[in-house]
Design a binder for this molecule. Sequence first.
Ligand code: GDP
Ligand code: MG
Length: 151
Amino acid sequence: LAGNCSGWGNEQTLVLVKPDAVQRRLVGDVIQRFERRGFKLVAMKLLQHYQQLCQKPFYPALLAYMMSGPLVAMVWEGYNVVRSTRAMVGDTNSADAKPGTIRGDLSMHVSRNVVHASDSVETAHKEIGFWFQRDELVAWESSDRDFTYGP
Ligand code: GDP
Ligand code: MG
């Protein structure tokens, strides 16, 4: 395949491994799910801070949670990655999240639900811009591309 010919497979999404998951040593588990699915990692860093979702009523608790320790921010790329990632993450409320999803496998309660993932392509674009500088995104061609996307 000649790289970006039709633009497909170039969608990107933002994933945060939240502080509870970092403390519980679940970073590797989360990363492995995206790698095995075939998505391409284009940016990743460990950091501490958070300023989003300020319109939500549970904001003080959410802010305290998100600032309670380091988190890992990542950008994953691939075909329909925003939609696929939301499916992999599972329902917001961990009790409703299906087994096999990240939250369904790894979390018990909505207030400690392991990961954040962008909910639309437009949101992903904004969130990637919030968490990463342009030069922190690495453009690279994965060697298995032809075998994960087909002709
Ligand atoms: P998401 O897109 O599935 O993560 O869900 P939302 O965007 O609706 O909410 C953002 C985050 O706020 C969730 O992932 C939860 O960590 C948290 N949250 C959402 N609803 C509740 C709630 O009712 N109580 C608490 N404590 N946290 C919540
Ligand atoms: Mg959300």
